[in-house]
Design a protein around this ligand. Structure first.
Ligand code: CA
Length: 227
């Protein structure tokens, strides 16, 4: 089941789109302003984002740039929703690399169709995705190798998985339980010390980049992309 995030301040439109998406078997998540939209994009890991351009808090174009800057959402397909008058914004959006746009008022049927097309296209390219980059770090995914400043790091598989997970969620705090589940498959926090031990070893191996992994008090850890 694909998850679609709708970032749209006009609640009537967002509700209508959600309804149609659910009817088609999609999972729908809604945000009614730019900031919460960006947060949900990072925490919910949607398969596709419907992004209204005129939003309170943070406008759609700025939000889109943020999405593209962040490794976890860099490749998430985005369909922009625009009013007919916003031609310039629409052009800006497409130039920035939005996958598609649809002009209001639109028919939900047409929108669903466009969503399906965009998802298909991503499925195809996802098969070809073989690397992920975050700042000085680059992951060769098929080879399970992480390069730091273009030199391969000597990591155990667990350290590699931990660093990859942190980098995928860069600039967002990862909770201890989330990391334990993602890296070790544990479902409780009883193994917290295992996590701390591995972070310590990982930091030692990152040398001058050790401070990329920040401790978030009472939460867990965060990978900070060096600016
Ligand atoms: Ca709007």
């Amino acid at each position: 089941m694909s998850k679609i995030l709708i970032i749209e301040d006009e609640v009537d439109i967002a509700d209508l789109v959600s309804l149609h998406l659910r009817r088609e078997g999609f999972e729908a998540v809604q945000a009614n302003d730019g900031i919460s939209g960006l947060n949900l994009a990072r925490t919910e890991a949607p398969d596709l984002i419907l992004l209204d351009l005129m939003l309170p808090g943070m406008d759609g174009v700025r939000l889109f740039k943020e999405l593209r800057r962040f490794p976890g959402t860099r490749k998430t397909p985005v369909i922009m929703l625009t009013a007919r008058a916003q031609t310039e914004d629409r052009v800006a959006g497409l130039e920035l690399g939005a996958d598609d746009y649809i002009t209001k008022p639109f028919s939900p049927k047409e929108l669903i169709l466009r969503i399906k097309v965009a998802l298909k296209r991503t499925e195809r390219t996802a098969e070809a995705v073989e690397s992920l980059s975050a700042g000085s770090f680059r992951f060769d995914l098929p080879a399970f190798v992480c390069y730091m400043d273009n030199l391969p790091l000597e990591l155990t598989l667990t350290e590699y998985k931990l660093l990859l997970h942190l980098c995928e969620k860069a600039d967002t705090p990862c909770e201890r339980t989330e990391l334990l589940r993602a890296v070790w498959g544990y479902s409780d926090a009883a193994h917290s010390r295992t996590l701390d031990t591995h972070v310590k070893r990982l930091r030692a191996k990152l040398g001058e980049h050790a401070n990329c992994i920040e401790t978030v008090r009472n939460t867990g850890y965060l990978f900070r992309i060096p600016r």
